[in-house]
Ligand binder design. Sequence first.
Ligand SMILES: [Zn+2]
Length: 528
Amino acid sequence: MQLSDRDLSQLDVEELLNLSEKDLRHLSIKLLTDLKEARERLNQNSRNSSRPPSSEAPWEKGIRQDDSTHESEEVQDAENSDTKESEPLEEPDHTDQNETDEARKPGKQPGAKGFGRQQVLALTDYKDHFPEDCVSCHQPLKGCPQKAYTAFETIDLEWADKAHPGLRLTNTKHTYYKVTCACGQVTRKEPYRSNSHDALPDITCSQWRLVGPGLASLIICLAYRMRLSRERIEEFLQDWLGLQLSIGTINNTLHACLRAPHRQESGAATQPIEDELVKEVVESQLLHVDETSWMELSTFLWLWVFSTDTVTAYWIASRSSELIENILGRAYYGWLMSDGYQVYRKYRNRIRCWAHLLRKAQGLEESLNKEAQLFGKQTLEFMGILMTAIREAREHPPDVPLTETYQAQLIAYRQRCEQMKMASHKKTYALATEMLNDWDAIFRVLEFPHLPLTNKEAERALRHWVILRRISYGTRTEAVSCVFAILISVIETCRKRQQSPWLYLATVIHNQRSGLAVPKLPIAKGSE
Ligand SMILES: [Zn+2]
């Protein structure tokens, strides 16, 4: 804008009438430029600019129902979801923080209502756990006097399969015994206790074990795949399984079901899963990367997605180059599909999503500046011709590379971009500069027409979680962010491989609770 609010406030009719013709002409030019820029801003939407669809009013969204871009589906989805009953992934903080300078720790507060079950369930199964050998003389303890010293109940689900459809809830009483050896030594069978319990100091062992792996898997599914709020999950379990679980237990199940690797930390039980995801990403031939904003309490972070034909992996981190370097290292040898964000630029075999560029060109064509209109139109036409040629080349590979066939047009268009770099119209300048800066990445697809033209793959992989973010307002602690990222990576990777994420997660949770190794991610259906 050429005139500031202050300038405008000083202009009135009287002043205009007193201006000389020359001054009036000068002012008119400024006013016209500003008016056009203001109108263009007014007409901007997600179809012709990088404005996110979420910034649009509901009536604006309704107008373009024929729009097939990913955002419009996202908007539809978001509208269908019941955002009124939204809540954070963790319980909101209701304590008055003004009263104390000390920050409230996440998790159960002293004096808060306890976890656990409010209901007495009939037992369906019993499991006794005995020590095998004496800790002192190492003799087998069979036949020695025994006494139960602790017990806990675990509610779980018996899995539905083709032969046994439906769900059956089980309530197993696990009893642990101590045995007195002939040598006098008393040996106890101890329930396995992993390090992840240390992160949950307020939760007793029996509370931790209340929700079995299958039930935990169902709760994860309801929260993340079905995007239900904690209240809705509580309602579902009550209405369909006759099970009363407190919100606290549901929350605890979601946050503590796995011990995920923290940023910069290794050795967690799910480290093998993360290692496998990273390995697949690094070794991929084609990688789609994208990122979307994410809130971790009051920290502004990004949810990153790395999508290959075998895995969809997520990380929550800052938007610096650090994460991408941690994952990919300095060199990545496959094709990297991304938007124009700088951190990707150092990777050699980079390709650019055309959808963003086409939207920007569309915006120029619809602008009020003649030069911009023309450049927008030329860009759309040129890219349109190239897209047709690329699609044809995929069907019938040409003898001559497309870069040669279209060499003259490429040179001409590049010259247009050079000219438009001098344009006074900001968005025209911006698109021309972007084209020139990223020229190789944008037009590399001409040499390799089998490569994709858009980053839809990655955008699609983020869409579901963007809607969840709107319902849940992100995560609250780093630990929860890490568990969340690994859970959604597992869910999407299993789905990509046409395997049940829920069976796999139940096995992971079971193994982790028993001190067993975490199984590898299931391999794609058909390649077993
Ligand atoms: Zn003994």
